[in-house]
Design a binder for this molecule. Structure first.
Ligand code: TRP
Ligand code: ZN
Length: 886
């Protein structure tokens, strides 16, 4: 906990380290009431940073009790070093030396889940970003890379499995019932990639033969009761390893690769070298307990962490401002993998919907920051949608500009040139430039300028010259600390449709011949016009295909034009996008009607467009499901000037009811056909099966709005007899949000009884209820928090109950009496002391206060002020609260 005003760290102040650590030798003695950590560090002065005199050595360290310290074997006394809350400093007398220390730490009472801590009965670590300093005194910065040898000693009975990074080299038992194991990691790494696990774990084993013929042992360690839920993660791991060889030419480097599942984890997973530690929710999956979405999430996170072995570990970050160097690139890589494993268009739709809803909101709020931030107070607060998702979009734009082949040349050069180094985003871009001859200097503004650019497009057609012009005007709103922005390089992938639904060949003024019917143009100026010649009729433009840049596109499409694009656009993403824009137009009209107190009336064109989608049996069923999904409430809030959550909810629900009424027959037909197939086919976690169930389930959610008894019966049948969680959970969720009170309670009770011992399934049960817009949301949440399966100390539970309520249950959370805000602030104040990272993340909905009406703004600000005044704040919570109120 912080006692002074927290310091702001700036990128411009970066300095190379004064000392390096060549070798790190650690010994952990794990006990129930304390842990002793011995560290022997072989250090030398960093010549790159040399001046004449030997500089003082400043090691990071927090919450450590120093028991002994020696320099080159000579014990140091009180006068030889200084210690404060965050560091230990001393004056070395030689350019290279061995520093040995012993500290005592307390993993058994560590509720922050950072450093060494206990999750249930096992010991585990989480060191990224700056958690290693809670384990021992060290140069806890990513540009200090060292080889690690780690010995773990613990009670043999309680902790039969002892793991760390690298390869196992020795082990043994001692007389007192304790045993030990030594691990050696030959690859130099920064301390944030260190990991240790000790526990009573079982493992699933497999092996993988790399492209050069080396055999790698693969192990997934879990608590015994979860041993039957590892196969999907293991299959995903093998697919990831093969894909990285085939698509990026990257081979795995150690003899063993391990994943450990832990129940208490602040994020999804962590890429520690050779020993990935995962939130159990990102590993465990089987048909009976995990939904299709959970299966896909496991596949994506296993891939993401595995891919970090190259993009993050072999080539790491110079400093934490470069975080997107590894995270943006790795998210881009895992998205490529997921698109290859499943439907690429559906994956793109999901990613774009997520980015536009959540990252655009972040970019418009008080925590807005560039993909490469200029400053931070607490780095944990910068594991953001901007660094991850927008960072991935930036890498995607580089690929769009260079082409797939050029991009691969660039990534090969990057990995080859920087293997074993800690580098910057500039180094990444430089490799892309050097490999292809491209000039990306202006493009780099995507790394340094925050905010979502707006791209307004207008058209002009001259039939006499057959010329068609598109004029692009880009602008970017101010963000904290950045009033003015310079123009971005915006790659716009586009096509032109004629009145027969055909694509017109694209020839720009000055070009000798047309270059295909689908191409990328680069908008680089604040205002720029592109003129196409040989355009026989006024075309309809299909712009920003595949969402080729993370911008807010503005083109004055009529509803009829959007319907035309829905039908004829050759770009699958843009067919979906046209439907979304049509829905947005219709929903905005309903919101206006609702606010004026008029009766709401849905434009029939939306219904008939969705009707034709439903009637088209040739369309990919996952696409049909996506097209049927109206834009979410959170997205409608994001695109509102002043968000009226009640009107948004009422409008969207009204539209859904009208669609359900008008399209009851086709929805029922497709529901029954797919449910019948589900009944006949055992569960398979595979793309076409995901697609079939997705359509079946969205159809069911519409059908239930009709409140017809035969639908309720179908829903109950699905709930009771499904062989998988996807169908069972949807049926339950649909009942939870229906007026059938008795059936709802019965389903909830049956479900809880069946799954009370499976925490991940109970998380689903919690979040369906906490996220339900039915009246009485806050009381329901209080009730859930008293349930035996709830605990505030487990981040997954906090997310399932408090997170679902504050982020998904807009009408209840934004209740006009301020009760939702007050509740959330109370939880944040409590969590600030227990787990600052989780407390800080829970603040997000309150940071969006500028989006709402004056009354709600005042209430939300009031709660932020109450948090600020609540006592000693962690740097995590302090940074977000103070920036939100600034
Ligand atoms: N590097 C992890 C990833 O793959 C992120 C992460 C895991 C993390 N646990 C964390 C970041 C705890 C901060 C704190 O995305
Ligand atoms: Zn990552």
């Amino acid at each position: 906990m912080r006692t002074e005003q927290p310091k702001v760290i700036h990128l411009k102040d970066y300095q190379a380290p004064d000392y390096l650590i060549d070798e790190t030798h650690l010994t952990f003695e794990l006990y129930e009431d304390r842990t002793l950590v011995h560290a022997r560090l072989a250090m030398q002065r960093n010549d790159a940073a040399a001046s004449s005199a030997l500089p003082p050595l400043l090691l990071h360290g927090q919450e450590l009790e120093l028991l002994s310290l020696s320099l080159d074997g000579r014990p140091l006394g009180l006068g030889d070093y200084q210690i404060d809350e965050n560091s230990l400093s001393l004056q070395p007398d030689a350019a290279s030396f061995v520093l040995e220390s012993t500290v005592c730490i307390h993993p058994e009472t560590n509720t922050a889940l950072e450093g060494l801590y206990k999750s249930g009965k096992m010991f585990c670590t989480q060191c990224e970003a700056e958690g290693f300093r809670k384990i021992t005194y060290y140069l806890d910065r990513p540009d200090v890379m060292s080889s690690f040898t780690t010995t773990v000693k613990a009670d043999q009975q309680r902790y039969p499995i002892l793991l760390s990074n690298g390869n196992p080299v020795a082990s043994g038992s001692e007389d007192d019932g304790r045993h030990w194991a030594t691990w050696e990691d030959p690859f130099k790494k920064p301390a944030y990639l260190f990991a240790l696990v000790a526990g009573d774990l079982w493992c699933v084993e497999d092996s993988f033969t790399t492209m050069s013929g080396r055999e790698v042992a693969l192990r997934i360690y879990v608590e015994p009761e979860n041993i039957d839920k590892c196969q999907h993660a293991m299959d995903s791991l093998k697919r990831s390893m093969r894909w990285d060889e085939q698509v990026y030419g990257r081979e795995y480097d150690l003899d063993i690769f391990m994943i450990v599942a832990v129940n208490d984890f602040n994020m999804g997973a962590m890429e520690n070298k050779g020993l990935n530690i995962f939130n159990s929710s990102a590993v465990l999956a089987r048909a009976e307990t995990a939904t299709d979405a959970a299966h896909q999430r496991v596949e994506a996170i296993v891939a993401h962490e595995y891919f970090h072995n190259w993009s993050g570990n072999r080539v790491t970050c110079r400093d934490w401002f470069q975080l997107s160097l590894k995270e943006g690139f790795t998210v881009f890589r895992d998205a490529g993998f997921s698109s290859d494993m499943n439907s690429a268009t559906v994956k793109r739709i999901e990613d774009v919907a997520y980015l536009r809803t959540h990252q655009f909101a972040e970019d418009a709020g008080p925590m807005a920051h560039p993909v490469r931030p200029d400053s931070f107070i607490e780095i944990s607060n910068f594991y953001t949608l901007t660094v991850y998702e927008k960072g991935a979009e930036v890498v995607r734009m580089i690929q769009t500009l260079l082409g797939e082949e050029g991009f691969r040349k660039g990534s090969d050069l990057y990995f080859e040139r920087h293997d074993g180094q800690a580098v910057t985003c500039d180094d990444f871009v430089k490799a892309m430039e050097d490999a292809t001859g491209a000039d990306l200097q202006q493009f780099k503004r995507w790394y340094s300028q925050a905010g979502t650019p707006r791209l307004a497009v207008s058209e002009a057609y001259d039939p006499s010259t057959q010329r068609y012009s598109l004029t692009f005007r880009q602008s970017c709103p101010p963000t904290p600390g950045q009033a003015e922005k310079l123009p971005f390089v915006i790659p716009v992938k586009l096509g032109l449709l004629d009145s027969q639904g055909r694509e017109i060949p694209l020839r720009l003024v000055g070009e000798g011949a047309a270059v295909g019917t689908d191409r990328v143009i680069s908008v680089t100026d604040a205002e720029q016009c592109f003129t196409f010649v040989d355009t026989p009729e006024q075309p309809l433009p299909s712009l920003l295909r595949g969402f080729s840049a993370p911008v807010k596109l503005d083109f004055p499409y009529s509803r009829d034009q959007l319907m035309y694009l829905m039908q004829h656009d050759s770009d699958g993403f843009n067919r979906w996008e046209a439907g979304q824009q049509l829905s947005v137009q219709v929903l905005r009209e309903l919101i206006d009607q609702q606010q004026r107190g008029e009766a709401m009336s849905v434009d029939q064109r939306l219904i008939s467009a969705l009707g034709s989608v439903l009637d088209n049996d040739r369309l990919d069923q996952a696409m049909v499901a996506e097209m049927l999904s109206l834009p979410g409430e959170a997205y409608l809030i994001e695109i509102s000037e002043v968000a009226d959550v009640d009107a948004i909810h009422a409008a969207r629900e009204h539209a859904r009811r009208c669609i359900a009424e008008a399209l009851f027959e086709p929805l029922w037909r497709r529901y029954q056909a797919n449910r019948e197939l589900s009944r006949q086919t055992p569960y398979v976690a595979q793309s076409e099966h995901f697609a079939r169930r997705a359509l079946q389930n969205i159809a069911l959610s519409y059908l239930m709005l009709s409140e017809r008894r035969e639908v309720l019966a179908a829903c109950q049948e699905q709930f009771e007899t499904a062989d998988n969680m996807t169908e069972r959970l949807t049926a339950m969720a649909v009942m939870v949000n229906s007026p059938f009170e008795a059936e709802r309670s019965a389903a909830l009770a049956t479900f809880a009884e069946a799954f009370k011992d499976d925490p991940l399934v109970m998380d689903q049960w919690f979040s369906v209820q906490a996220g339900s817009a039915m009246p009485g949301g806050l009381e329901r949440v209080h009730h859930l928090m008293r349930h035996a399966a709830f605990t505030i100390k487990n981040p997954n539970k906090v997310r399932a109950v408090i997170g679902a309520f504050a982020n998904q249950n807009h009408v209840n959370f934004h209740a006009l009496d301020g009760s939702g805000y007050r509740f959330l602030a109370d939880q944040i104040i409590m969590l600030n002391a227990l787990n600052p990272q989780i407390a800080s993340r829970l603040l997000t909905p309150l940071t969006r206060w500028r989006k709402y009406d004056d009354a709600r703004q005042a209430l939300m600000r009031g709660e932020l002020e109450r948090v600020l005044a609540s006592g000693e704040l962690s740097s995590d919570v302090f940074e977000v609260v103070s920036k939100s109120l600034a």
